[in-house]
Ligand binder design. Structure first.
Ligand code: SF4
Length: 477
């Protein structure tokens, strides 16, 4: 049983102090190089994968900006390029290898350029070995547990002749209060915990993100209070399985209890969370969501498959019936909830009958949308060594039929907001029409309506004129 001991907190504070020292040292070095080149240095961070990675990247960019780099989206003009990688599917790895060649060409033109790789893919020993032997031009390699050490690793690289590789097996401490550079001024992800103990048989996350570790509620509340003071209206509470929040704290706190505390924060208008696991979603959580004025009426509830036989092989620890009962309970308590999900097609051994069960769940659960994936073999996971890998053409056929069923059922319920006036958080100018803005309802569905950039970051009431499938057109109420 892991406990957030006094010693751990001390370690976390010491770790932060140490990094502040290295940030100062790096600042000096950046000033030197910048004077030499007669221009400011620039940094480019690329994020692959999930919202957990996106939040980590905001911390990495925060550190680089503190050091004195100016952010750029263009790798060609960057003096440091940092990839925060994902490894949840094979093609995520292939994309990174594909891009490294380009970076090497750029580095030949700019010898000052630093290439750094971190994140889940770097937690795979065979990947690190490949980078060490075949991609010697990569300067820094670190993982998911020590992103806070970026300044120290950069300083080590400047003071050494070769690659700096620092991969940790596990998180030693959660370092709080790292500098952060948020992508959106009005909303932010907030990590409430790290790691996962579920070991779904197809998933590599527990092997690259380690064991579950929750942040103390007081640090989460303090972070959100600071975000609200800095203009944030909406937070997304992040964890691989938020239902497990708090179990490993000295005085355990449930996720439902944490939500109640977050709800009390003045000035915070919206609360979202990602991701609850169906196996241990509590009645308390449903009740807190029902009674809340701030928790958005959207729940992303990954089902992965509708077949109880496959769910067992996936080690998901719930059955088709359990999942549908949960959906019914949620819909009973929160009638206007928007449900979305994740579904894998082609898991080893999947039969036509199993697949029909998945389609059946989609029809019965009536999701507003679903992220659909073709099973990707991940070395090191139990499923990777399972027999009966499903033939590609069969998987492709099923994938197309699944998409069709998801679209059909989503379309049938999608226009239920037509003629209603709903509060929306304005997120950006519309990509296709600069006289329009794009906003998000509490149920996570997008709406476009006439408006200017002064509305961005505000919550306004909008009349839903017309449903266009997965989004709405509207006008200010
Ligand atoms: S709950 Fe399962 S699918 Fe989700 S991160 Fe954990 S092991 Fe992976």
């Amino acid at each position: 049983m892991y406990e957030t001991s006094i010693n751990e907190r001390k370690l976390s504070e010491e770790a932060l102090e140490r990094q502040i020292v290295y940030i100062e040292k790096c600042k000096e070095k950046v000033r030197e190089i910048s004077e030499e080149l007669g221009r400011p240095l620039k940094c480019c961070t690329q994020t692959f994968g999930c919202q957990m990675n996106a939040r980590d990247s905001e911390k990495l960019l925060g550190i680089l900006e503190q050091i004195g780099y100016l952010p750029t989206e263009d790798e060609k003009e960057a003096d440091i390029v940092l990839y925060n990688t994902c490894t949840v599917r094979e093609n995520a790895n292939l994309r990174v290898y594909g891009r490294l060649g380009h970076l090497n060409t750029m580095k030949k033109k700019n010898p000052h350029m630093i290439i750094a790789l971190c994140g889940c893919m770097m937690q795979e020993p065979d990947v690190v070995e490949k980078i060490r032997t075949s991609y010697k031009f990569v300067d820094i390699v670190f993982g998911t547990f020590n992103i806070f050490k970026l300044a120290e690793l950069l300083y080590s690289r400047w003071n050494s002749n070769g690659q700096v590789i620092d991969i940790w097996e596990e998180t030693k401490e959660i370092v709080e209060d790292l500098p952060t550079q948020r992508k959106y001024p009005f909303k932010s992800g907030v990590n409430i915990m790290f790691g996962c103990n579920n070991f779904c048989s197809y998933c590599i996350v527990p092997y690259v993100r380690g064991r579950e570790k929750s942040r103390e509620p007081k640090y989460i509340i303090r972070e959100i209070e600071r975000l609200v003071a800095d203009g944030v209206k909406e937070v997304m509470l992040l964890g691989q399985n938020v239902n497990s929040y708090g179990k490993n704290l000295e005085s355990p706190v449930s996720f439902a209890e944490l939500l109640k505390e977050v709800e009390q924060i003045e000035g915070l208008e919206r609360i979202r969370f990602m991701t609850p696991h169906p196996k241990d979603l509590s009645d308390d959580l449903i009740a807190v969501m029902r009674d809340s004025k701030k928790i958005c009426n959207h729940m992303h509830l990954p089902v992965q498959s509708g077949s109880s036989r496959l769910l067992k092989l996936m080690n998901r620890r719930y059955t088709k019936e359990h999942y549908l009962e949960l959906v019914e309970k949620i819909r009973h308590e929160i009638p206007d909830v928007s449900l979305t999900t994740d579904i894998i097609v082609g898991f080893p051994g999947e039969t036509e009958e199993d697949f029909e069960d998945t389609l059946d769940v989609v029809r019965k659960a009536k999701f507003d949308s679903a992220y659909t994936f073709i099973y990707s073999k991940r070395t090191g996971t139990p499923a990777a060594s399972m027999d009966d890998q499903v033939p590609e053409d069969v998987v492709k056929n099923r994938f197309d039929r699944l998409l069709e069923t998801v679209h059909e059922t989503a379309h049938a319920i999608s226009n239920r907001y037509e003629g209603k006036i709903l509060p929306v958080l304005v997120e950006d100018i519309d990509d296709h029409d600069s006289s329009m803005v794009t906003a998000r309802m509490t149920n996570n569905i997008l709406v476009h309506f006439p408006g200017g950039k002064e509305l961005i970051g505000t919550v306004v009431d909008v009349y839903m004129d017309e449903c266009k499938g997965f989004y709405y057109m509207g006008h200010r109420a």
